[in-house]
Design a protein around this ligand. Structure first.
Ligand code: 13P
Length: 251
């Protein structure tokens, strides 16, 4: 294994019911044998995290959350869920700053960074999402937008993961080309290097946006890609397992 163990994470978004938890057991059965080489993570909606962690207990699949409060302390915050609560029910990771949170809830880089720091304080690993819109890409602003998001949304210390998810590639059928993905991953790592020095080489940078069983191997071949953040294709164990097993570390 290189310095960075690949991480392949599933973001269930607002999909799934209790019955979907059987996919976690099925996933373990299909990818458990590669867990020494690849981390497999499922992030279900809040109501299912505790049961997902119970289902996953003792197996190879890690469980995480899709969001958390930026406030670490127990406090009067109706409707919010703290990172400590997520850790308490068995979550190990939490996605912060997903583009759907940034656009639907107006989340700023500053808020995303505070969420990531709250996650670290609770012992969770934050997965900090960044990515440009179609208009920003067409205007030649990828480096400015993604570089700025990385600089301002990642936590000041601690171990975190970055997920590069071009907004225009989410939920559709198109992805950037392999050289385009490699370019942005290089930009992200250089931005982290400027900020943190050597730690950048130990930080995992995932690609997300229309990853599926058919294109996973090609995407994993892009330079600097340490895994994937997968939406739709993480809902069915057979699809998600096919993605995980397409990683070169799975041999
Ligand atoms: P899709 O894989 O469905 O395009 O979603 C990507 C995503 O937003 C994961 O966080």
């Amino acid at each position: 294994m290189g310095v960075r163990k690949p991480l392949i994470a599933g973001n269930w978004k607002m999909y799934g019911r209790r019955a979907a938890l059987s996919e976690i057991a099925a996933l373990h059965a299909q990818v458990g044998h590669v867990s020494g080489a690849i981390d497999a993570l499922i992030c279900p909606p809040f109501p299912y995290i505790a049961a997902a962690a119970e289902t996953a207990r003792g197996g190879s699949v890690l469980v995480g959350a899709e969001d958390c409060s930026p406030v670490a302390e127990d406090s009067a915050r109706t409707g919010e869920v703290s990172a400590a609560m997520l850790a308490d029910v068995g979550a190990r990771y939490v996605i912060v700053g997903h583009s759907e949170r940034r656009s639907n809830h107006g989340e700023s880089n500053d808020l995303v960074r505070r969420k990531a720091e709250a996650a670290l304080a609770a012992g969770l690993t934050p997965i900090v999402c960044v990515g440009e819109t179609q208009a920003e890409r067409e205007a030649g602003r990828v480096a400015e937008i993604v570089g700025g998001q990385v600089r301002d949304s990642v936590p000041a210390g601690g171990a975190f993961v970055v997920a590069y998810e071009p907004v225009w590639a989410i939920g559709g059928n198109s992805t950037p080309t392999i050289p385009e993905i490699a370019d942005v991953h290089r930009l992200i790592r250089e931005t982290l290097q400027t900020k943190f020095g050597d730690k950048a080489n130990r930080t995992r940078i995932l690609y997300g946006g229309s990853v599926g069983p058919k294109n996973a191997a090609e995407i994993f071949s892009a330079g600097g890609v340490d895994g994937a953040l997968v939406g739709r294709a993480s809902l069915k164990a057979s699809d998600f397992a096919a993605i995980i097993l397409a990683h070169p570390a799975a041999v």
